[in-house]
Design a protein. Structure first.
Length: 721
């Protein structure tokens, strides 16, 4: 690497010195505000009421974004912001999974509020540098690199010239430049994206972490909703944060011993049980591949099916062989779960890095299931290569998977053809064409530009071009609120359908992952049970994003006696760990009831934020029919025994006497009614009216009756549909 030549591309524009505020009980109570357009840099205080009601992380992001924007602000307006915040627990190192950050912005895909969680060093390092959140606004004229120097307590803006390199190279270069020597590399965190984020609406952000064992810069992704596209639209090339080092108690917690005790206990659990349970340390989340396939939950060919005979070609045994083993793979210091698996020295076969041997972060379950099975491509080499390029080009692998699968089904149905795709034969199972489409997005050319719009905008375009029936396209386009579904096939789990469609940001499983409880374990059989789960779990899981925690250690390893507890799905011992840790960090009074209440306030604020932007009502919680049942005859017939049985037992139909088309119609009516009944039950449980709007009475009860919130909901109180 010619580091002197690269350094010469960065010209100092502005420096701003600040008085460092050390952390106290997990907080600095300071926000760093930077306007990329005016180059204004300043510090803001966190008002006590904001800390009390919004806690941190996503809560801070939502509060700041609300204040900074108007209801009509678009994603590419200068006033749109990107807010990065970890949360009070973020940055401790004595318990696994404590280094997450939440990124919040108005999304180019949904036109509403997006949040995305991510590991890596930047969020905790920002806290150690003196700030609970970074608030980025404005648009620069030329590319900017923003450097938060947590050693000299200075923020610097650099104008960047030359081509923006791929994200993995940019993170390496900036780590080298700002570290100054090899020892300091572990003290640098970089946020960046790649070329495809500039040419699409589905850009994501890479957050770097330094892998001490490999001596390499690695990256984790804030993938969902196109925040990388906002980042590049603001002409921010990268953010860099440098600190003196990570040591014992930088969060200055109230009771370190209590945290250490829980951390040791949990680490022992991982050591003793992980190999017998999920094998996260060997295969990461990819352990789910065969489980999903066996239970008919693996998305296959645009969610048409839930399993495939060739799925064994991309199951966990394949990833176990490909991942380098026996190496600490934590994306934050002290995470013994170590699930951030990587393929080392993978030789690329296509694209600008063809022939190079690279480190690939992943594939995780979502990538293997989405890029592979959902596109009908059961080729591990293709999955690894596409995973690498999605990351370094800066686009979300989950979104890319679902939109590629949608395109492939359109192609197979004549909605697209070789002329319309500019020569790409985009049938299911064609890795060459799929990879070329990805490279086109990065080059900003050809059909790649259309793909990069995402499923919703493609549907609109195909319909307006007269390519295919609107009803069919709406049935098979797996998006809700403008965001593509993540990689679980929810047809047989009504609760998971609700968990996807009734999310605030769009169908991502981080809010509610109920597919196993509902379908496999049958723990929530009634509408009321499902509604209770769709209240508790989204609220519980929201809390991770308020305080800086990773969700995976909560239930990807469970105490040996967990099944014997009253509520095994909640993993009570781990909930107790979290309550203890929160109290020990912040010194506040806290219990598991308050945990849900804290989340409930922020969750409802986000719902009202959507409403303020013209969304957030029942119509926006609708799902595409592919999520609920068989759209095509071939889908029905592939599982006709199951569907016929359901029609006989639940609807009382004599299936011998009617055609498949009639059966499909009746099944659809039944399943759509079931979904509407579920929506009614969930809204009631959540304290919302029939149109999905929180009632004033309920907002008062949970303490989210801020005047600006009440103003937004007031006109919707009598909505009935
Ligand atoms: S469990 Fe995995 S994703 Fe979560 S913090 Fe640890 S290594 Fe990162």
């Amino acid at each position: 690497m010619d580091i002197d030549r690269i350094k010469s591309q960065y010209k100092l524009l502005k420096g701003w010195d600040y008085a460092w505020t050390p952390l106290s009980k997990g907080y600095t109570d300071k926000i760093l505000y930077i306007n990329a357009g005016t180059t204004e840099i300043r510090e803001k205080n966190v008002p006590p009421a904001m800390k009390e009601k919004f806690i941190g992380g996503k809560g801070y992001g939502l509060r700041l974004l609300w204040d900074a924007t108007k209801p009509e602000t678009r994603w590419d307006d200068p006033e749109n912001e990107i807010i990065i915040s970890s949360g009070p627990i973020g940055g401790i190192t004595q318990y696994s999974g404590t280094g997450k950050s939440l990124v919040v912005s108005i999304s180019p895909q949904t036109d509403s509020v997006m949040d995305s969680n991510v590991g890596g060093f930047f969020g905790p390092f920002l806290k150690f540098s003196g700030f609970d959140a970074l608030e980025l606004q404005g648009k620069a004229q030329n590319d900017l690199v923003i450097f938060v120097d947590g050693i000299n307590h200075r923020v610097e803006l650099y104008e960047a010239s030359g081509e923006t390199p791929c994200s993995h190279l940019l993170a390496e270069q900036l780590t080298e430049i700002f570290a100054g020597n090899d020892i300091e590399k572990k003290n640098i965190g970089v946020v960046s994206t790649g070329a495809a984020a500039e040419h699409s609406l589905i850009g994501m952000l890479n957050f770097s972490f330094y892998d001490l064992k490999r001596k390499k810069v690695r990256q984790k992704q804030a993938g969902r909703g196109g925040i990388g596209t906002v980042f590049r639209n603001k002409k921010i090339r990268a953010l860099v944060c440098k600190i003196p080092g990570v040591k014992g108690n930088l969060n200055n917690v109230a009771d370190l011993d209590a945290i250490t005790e829980r951390g040791r206990r949990f680490n022992r659990e991982i050591r003793e049980l992980d190999d017998k349970q999920c094998q996260m340390r060997q295969v990461g989340t990819a352990h789910l591949m065969e489980i999903m396939n066996d239970h008919d939950l693996l998305p296959v060919m645009n969610y048409k099916y839930g399993s495939h005979p060739e799925a064994y070609r991309i199951d966990s045994s394949v990833w176990k062989r490909n991942f380098t083993q026996n190496i600490p793979d934590g994306c934050w210091i002290g995470c013994n779960m170590s699930c951030s698996k990587a393929v080392d020295d993978f030789e690329l076969k296509t694209g600008p890095c063809k022939g190079q041997k690279v480190l690939v972060d992943g594939p995780e379950y979502e990538n293997a299931a989405g890029l592979g099975a959902n596109c009908g491509i059961f080729d591990p080499g293709y999955i690894i290569e596409t995973n690498f390029y999605c990351d370094t080009y800066g686009i979300c692998t989950i979104t890319w998977s679902s939109l590629s699968a949608f395109i492939m089904e359109c192609y197979e149905n004549g909605i697209l053809n070789i002329e319309r795709t500019g020569g790409l034969d985009l049938r299911f199972g064609n890795p060459e064409a799929a990879l070329e489409m990805l490279h086109q997005v990065a080059r900003g050319e050809g059909f790649g530009l259309i793909a990069g719009l995402g499923v919703r905008k493609m549907k609109e375009m195909f319909i307006s071009n007269g390519w295919g029936e609107a009803s069919f396209l709406n049935d098979i386009g797996m998006e809700n609120k403008g965001l593509e579904y993540s990689q679980y096939m929810p047809k047989e789990s009504l609760a998971q359908q609700g968990g996807f469609a009734m999310t605030n940001k769009g169908p991502q499983h981080d809010e509610a992952w109920l597919i196993f409880m509902d379908m496999v374990n049958n723990q929530i059989p009634t509408f009321e049970d499902k509604a209770e789960a769709l209240h508790y779990f989204p609220m519980f899981r929201t809390w991770f994003g308020l305080v800086g925690l990773c969700k995976l250690p909560w239930n990807d390893v469970e105490p040996e006696n967990n099944a014997l507890t009253d509520e095994p799905a909640k993993v009570p011992e781990h909930v107790d760990n979290y309550v203890t840790i929160y109290k020990a960090v912040t010194g506040r009074e806290f219990d598991k009831k308050r945990l849900v209440e804290d989340s409930e306030r922020v969750y409802n604020f986000q719902r009202v934020f959507n409403l303020r932007r013209g969304y957030g009502t029942r119509i926006y919680d609708r799902q595409p029919y592919r999520a609920a049942g068989p759209v095509t005859r071939e889908e029905y017939e592939s599982r006709s025994e199951r569907y016929d049985k359901q029609l006989r037992e639940k609807v009382g139909i004599d299936t011998e006497k009617i055609s498949t088309e009639e059966k499909m119609k009746i099944l659809r009516k039944y399943r759509e009614e079931q979904f509407e009944r579920l929506v009614d039950a969930v809204y009631k449980r959540r304290g919302w009216n029939k149109n999905g709007v929180p009632t004033i009475e309920f907002l008062k009860k949970i303490g989210m009756d801020l005047p600006e919130v009440i103003d937004v909901v007031r006109n919707h109180q009598n909505d009935t549909t």
